[in-house]
Design a protein around this ligand. Structure first.
Ligand SMILES: CC(C)(COP(=O)(O)OP(=O)(O)OC[C@H]1O[C@@H](n2cnc3c(N)ncnc32)[C@H](O)[C@@H]1OP(=O)(O)O)[C@@H](O)C(=O)NCCC(=O)NCCS
Length: 209
């Protein structure tokens, strides 16, 4: 896929009715709209209760592997991230998800374009394997297979038929056994100075309102 800017990773094939959404690396300005899109797609309580979330909470996504798609008006209409995990002891892998496309933009190939971009970028960056929990009929088209996760467990309830793997390097999940655990860099907690500054900014705004 064509690179369209330093941050843009891919552009989607022309759609019938809307301008072509661009897929790019996620930017800080995307974060609030990404959260809203995920709430819309999954429901906030349901998505935060997922076992996969236990592998993501408090961690940063893998470098260069958090993607957003923007509509013609610049709003976030698609999101996909990958996260560092260990697929059992000493076996680095990525966890893919969540993937969400805004309901108005579904069934036009954007999900496929985001998946293809993410998989290609992960391979280009030298990663060996991707895990995910999701609908096998959708993810099978990208090569994800339940057989590759047979020896692995997740830290909570999950349906084994939805726990899938993809090897980017041959044999990367061969013999993988054990608990999948998070290995991504922790999100830095704000310092006390930052918290005090935010508090006094909020107070000043209230006083001036
Ligand atoms: C799943 C999702 C990301 C697909 O995005 P999309 O842009 O509509 O997908 P694409 O246009 O690339 O592909 C559409 C195809 O996938 C199929 N598809 C969509 N969701 C599917 C699912 N859950 N299971 C099986 N197939 C599915 C469509 O029927 C269509 O099939 P076709 O190509 O044979 O016509 C999107 O529907 C979405 O955000 N859903 C809500 C959140 C979600 O379920 N995320 C995935 C977690 S498992």
């Amino acid at each position: 896929m064509a690179l369209v800017s330093a941050h843009a990773v891919a552009s989607v094939a022309p759609l019938n009715t809307v301008a072509t959404p661009a897929i790019s690396l996620e930017r800080p300005a995307d974060l609030a709209q990404r959260e809203a899109l995920l709430d819309l797609a999954f429901g906030r309580a349901a998505r935060l209760a997922k076992t996969s979330e236990r592998l993501r909470e408090g961690r940063k996504p893998a470098d260069g592997l958090a993607f957003a798609a923007h509509g013609a008006d610049g709003r976030v209409i698609g999101t996909l991230r990958l996260w560092h995990v260990a697929a059992g002891p000493g076996r680095p892998a990525l966890l893919l998800g969540p993937l969400a496309i805004h309901p108005w933009f579904r069934d036009r190939g954007l999900g496929k374009a985001m998946m293809t971009t993410a998989i290609n970028e992960a391979a280009r960056l030298g990663h060996g394997a991707i895990l995910l929990v999701g609908d096998a009929p959708y993810y099978a088209r990208f090569g994800f297979d339940v057989a590759l996760t047979e020896g692995l467990w997740l830290p909570g309830a999950f349906e084994r038929s939805r726990f899938l793997g993809l090897e980017l390097k041959a044999g990367a999940l061969s013999g993988a056994r054990g608990l999948v655990s998070p290995t991504g860099a922790p999100v830095e907690a704000p310092s006390l100075t930052d918290l005090i500054a935010r508090e006094s900014d909020a107070g000043a705004l209230k006083r001036s309102a």
